[in-house]
Design a protein around this ligand. Sequence first.
Ligand SMILES: Cc1cc2nc3c(=O)[nH]c(=O)nc-3n(C[C@H](O)[C@H](O)[C@H](O)COP(=O)(O)OP(=O)(O)OC[C@H]3O[C@@H](n4cnc5c(N)ncnc54)[C@H](O)[C@@H]3O)c2cc1C
Length: 427
Amino acid sequence: MTDRVTRPAIFAGTPAAGASLSRRSVLGGMASAGALAGAAGTSARARTVAGWDYVVVGAGAFGTWTAWHLQRRGLRVLLLDAWGVAHSRSSSGGETRLIRTEYAGNALYTRWAWESLAAWHELSRRHESTIFHETGALYIYPQDTAAIDQSMALQRVLGIPVEKLGVPDMASRWPRINFEGIAVGVMQPTMGTIMARRSLQTLAADFVKAGGGFRQFAVDPPRSAKARLDAVTAVGGETLSAKGFVFACGPWLPKLFPDVVGDRIVPSRQDVFFFAPPAGDDRFERGNMPAWVDVSSKDLHYGFPDIEARGFKIALDAHGPRFDPDTGDRRVGDRAIAEVRAYLARRFPDLANAPLAETRVCQYENSHNGHLLIDRHPAWSNVWIAGGGSGHGFKHGPAVGRYVSDLVLGTGESVPELALAAHKVHG
Ligand SMILES: Cc1cc2nc3c(=O)[nH]c(=O)nc-3n(C[C@H](O)[C@H](O)[C@H](O)COP(=O)(O)OP(=O)(O)OC[C@H]3O[C@@H](n4cnc5c(N)ncnc54)[C@H](O)[C@@H]3O)c2cc1C
């Protein structure tokens, strides 16, 4: 299908409009996750494995943090994923994700991003391989507006460092950026870049080390004629029972719950590009270049400095065509490359001819208005659904995990905007 999925501008942040683990032990940790779960039954067909309080289906940002929080609250938790933690087709499986508290004055997401930043820092501190790089986050706007000031005021109330900058100041701090067409910038110096895939694999290893279970297990769409769900079943027929279930299946939620979720979440194709700066050129590395969002660009371009020599990353926030996370073609077309090069030549002229080092195609899982979708299943009292990240969900993983745990344990208030009833089917 080629219908483009409409982007709600507000959530792009556009006010103008313990033990340290090496990578080796992380992988070892996941292997022991399998072994742990294996003790409870691995390849058995048509047999029921019990013993877990909660099963969390989906090891992306939402599911992994939910499993971690439920475990911290004393539950025995099994985390399942059809392919693995932050695998290449999941929405969380990219190299980097931006965390910023610039949310067009939306108090919920400003607070959740701020709460989550502390958790990403803590995870980063516990490990020898960096999870969070404090690159700063720079928003550049074509006009100075009252909405920018309102959003900054909200952040300042929470104690978040944020500064408004004029073009001469920005041009002297970041001379590699051409600020043509820009009136003002907002710099959030303590925000930055989360190493997406690494962070979740590290978190999952922590979870397993603390006694959680992890299994590669593809869950069939759940069925139950009762008021509760007793078990989930894998394609091979094996059944896992638990007291409760959280489905955090990102862009796959519509396939698992066609009636309850359906087109309330629509995945869209999103292209990502990495350009290689010249050899020995550190002008585009973190320290010399922040993570940035260009609100003046029609497609809302955003990007990251060259981190860990992966390349200068650039992407478009505009929603692409509807995309199937299982079968969608993940090659980037020549036209998209030409378009992003034209943008690069204008905004980052020194990279105009830089070689394209890598491309990726990921998918957003969009709700109609950009709000996350987190609610109890309407028919099964012990089942929760968490998704609808809508292109901005990753950073909130820790807050989402805490929120879902509160709902599950009955210790928190639900947020009406996130409920199923507040989510419309895409037109
Ligand atoms: C290109 C791109 C850039 C982005 N940039 C940012 C950013 O800068 N900042 C930000 O905060 N957010 C960003 N996002 C959004 C963010 O990455 C997502 O909102 C978030 O990762 C969604 O996480 P999730 O856990 O809901 O879904 P996923 O990461 O997709 O995880 C769902 C998991 O469920 C599993 N699953 C599905 N079905 C089954 C089944 N039947 N059985 C078992 N397992 C199953 C899948 O295998 C998958 O691993 C970006 C997204 C993209 C695509």
